[in-house]
Ligand binder design. Structure first.
Ligand SMILES: C[S@@+](CC[C@H](N)C(=O)[O-])C[C@H]1O[C@@H](n2cnc3c(N)ncnc32)[C@H](O)[C@@H]1O
Length: 293
């Protein structure tokens, strides 16, 4: 049942913003959620329970933070905007299980924060309505740092969510797809209209759920090399795999050798990057890597 005290209603949000004379900063991606149903959907899909530890990025005035405090054991929320700290102290005063870290998430030592705030065997979930201007850097930082988190459930721009959850041979499939799906199983669990935000953003949004893989789905000799290879393969989407790889590797090998190495993999160089599976990218990267080292 919806309790009237919840922060995430248009009326309550307006009251809070007026009380503190708060002006949104577009440069910080400040679009606050004002719809309790959407928040309940995020919480439901995040799979959190009373024993979970939760981490939020960008609590704003506390709409999602409040729900996380109700439904999990403990919440740590990273907020960059100092102006929001006294507001959060006010709006979240009824909850004793929330820690606000006044930090830029891109600079934060999340590993240490986890060790300091959660029990070693506690399931940990990241849940956030992310600032859209830095969605990809935030997610890539959190994924590459190999944090002990079970899942990340995030509200992001719909088009970016589609790229992260894409399948081969689709318009959205690209290097971001491989980067995200190397670490996680990615699924769009819900599309969300602009009307649930204040102020309304210019773009549509989706809730994306990323469930951490126990280990990557492919073996690669060198992760950085693999990701560079994937990026090179998508450098110009209309070009063939062989042409993209030639542009990238011509200093090292020359066109003919690149053709020979590709032949060794058994993968047709006239295909485009968007048709290749993660396994095929791994095979190409490992074959080139062995030649180079
Ligand atoms: C889309 S709003 C979400 C606010 C709130 N969670 C909600 O759903 O109503 C994004 C929040 O992230 C904060 N933010 C922006 N850049 C950040 C960064 N680098 N580190 C931490 N927080 C950041 C903004 O100040 C803002 O509070």
């Amino acid at each position: 049942m919806i309790m009237p005290k919840y922060i995430a209603t248009p009326t309550r949000t307006k009251e809070i913003l007026a009380k503190y004379n708060f002006a949104f900063k577009k440069s910080l991606g400040q679009n606050f959620l004002v719809d309790v149903n959407v928040l309940e959907n995020i919480i439901g899909h995040a799979g959190i329970h009373k024993q979970s530890g939760t981490i939020e990025i960008g609590p704003g005035i506390g709409a999602l933070t409040e729900q996380l405090a109700i439904h999990s054991d403990k919440v740590v929320a990273f907020e960059i905007d100092q102006r929001l700290l006294p507001i959060l102290e006010d709006t979240l005063q009824d909850y004793s299980n929330i820690t606000i870290a006044h930090q830029d998430i891109l600079q934060a030592d999340v590993h240490t924060v986890i060790t300091q705030n959660f029990a070693p065997d506690q399931p940990i979930h990241i849940v956030a309505n992310l600032p859209y201007y830095i969605t990809t850097p935030i997610l890539m930082k959190l994924l590459r740092e190999n944090l002990p988190v079970d899942s990340l459930t995030v509200m992001i721009q719909k088009e970016v969510a589609e790229r992260m959850a894409a399948s081969p041979n689709s318009k959205s499939y690209g290097s971001l797809t491989i980067a995200v799906q190397y670490y996680t199983h990615a699924e769009i669990v819900m599309n969300v209209p602009k009307s649930v935000f204040m102020p309304q953003p210019n773009v549509d949004s989706s809730i994306l759920k990323l469930v951490r893989r126990e280990s990557p789905p492919v073996h690669v000799n060198d992760e950085d090399y693999f990701f560079r290879m994937v990026q090179a393969s998508f450098a110009q989407r209309r070009k063939t795999l062989k042409n993209n790889l030639t542009s990238h590797f011509k200093e090292t090998y020359g066109k003919e050798t690149i053709g020979q190495i590709l032949e060794e993999t058994g993968i047709d160089g006239s295909r485009r990057g968007e048709s290749l599976s993660m396994e095929e990218f791994a095979l190409i990267a490992n074959t080139f890597y062995k030649k180079e080292s």
